[in-house]
Design a protein around this ligand. Structure first.
Ligand code: UDP
Length: 244
């Protein structure tokens, strides 16, 4: 059990990237099913307005801080999180760990063709990663039983779900009982990055904490939801002042 740090009612595991990877590898050794989520400041603000999302994040087995904003808030609130553990970087570390131990993955999400492209790229970069199956993320409720059967038949141990937040968190929570995988993890738009249909910010921007600005320039349609970033910082200062 790792220490949980509360950021606006969302308990975040205080883990380094290495510790998060160890936790994932430990989960694979057990018989239980686990949910992993990677909230950033926007998702924490969504959880603030959406009690269902909040309750799901509170029930997850591992919740890692995806973004400089969450780390900054933890410092302001005097409860320092060790480091940023972004979902995409954690997934890459899990893929890389297959060099030592084979792991089967199922990739669910993205527009038609994207998960397939991502699978090809993942296997070419991490030859020991076994992509047991994939499916695009646009489907009706009627199709869900078949999708779950496809995932279970694939025998994947880790299900990576990229339906965007909060859809992926709710989807995982609502179906985890019927899934046979050991881990279901929400990975947002990472499938697009693996497929090459979206790009990640260069390393120096990711390190500087300005990834949000890069995303805003690349995807101006995100502007409205990105208003949650100043709202998140406002809430952080308000919480800090209340505590004084
Ligand atoms: N998506 C999907 N099904 C849906 C809605 C979205 O598969 O019904 C995918 C979309 O194609 C994209 C990802 O979910 O690959 C959402 O990306 P976004 O950048 O919005 O997510 P974030 O990482 O910001 O949560």
């Amino acid at each position: 059990m790792t220490e949980k740090i509360d950021i606006h009612d969302v308990p975040i595991d205080n883990v380094s990237m290495d510790e998060a990877l160890d936790a994932v590898l430990e989960m694979l050794k057990t018989k239980e099913k686990h949910m992993i989520f990677t909230p950033n400041a926007e998702i924490i603000m969504q959880a603030n307005r959406d009690p269902e999302l909040n309750s799901i994040l509170n029930k997850a087995h591992l919740v890692v801080p995806d973004g400089a904003g969450v780390i900054l808030a933890s410092k302001i609130l005097g409860k320092r999180l060790k480091e940023k553990v972004s979902g995409i970087d954690l997934v890459k570390r899990i893929f890389a760990s297959t060099a030592k131990k084979s792991i089967g993955f199922y990739i669910l999400g993205g527009k038609p063709g994207v998960a397939e492209k991502a699978s090809i790229n993942i296997v070419s970069e991490y030859p020991k990663a076994k992509v047991c199956g994939y499916r695009n993320g646009y489907f009706s409720n009627q199709e869900i039983p078949d999708i779950i059967k496809h995932i279970n038949d694939s025998k994947a141990e880790i299900l990576l779900v990229g339906l965007g937040a909060p859809k992926q968190e709710k989807w995982i929570y609502n179906h985890i009982q019927d899934l046979n995988c050991k881990i279901a993890m929400g990975i947002g738009g990472s499938i697009d990055v693996f497929a090459g249909t979206a790009t990640m910010a260069p390393e120096f921007i990711r390190k500087s904490g300005f990834e949000w600005l890069y995303r805003l320039i690349k995807e101006p349609k995100r502007a409205k939801r990105m208003l949650d970033l100043p709202r998140f910082m406002f809430l952080t200062f308000k919480t800090k002042l209340k505590k004084k």
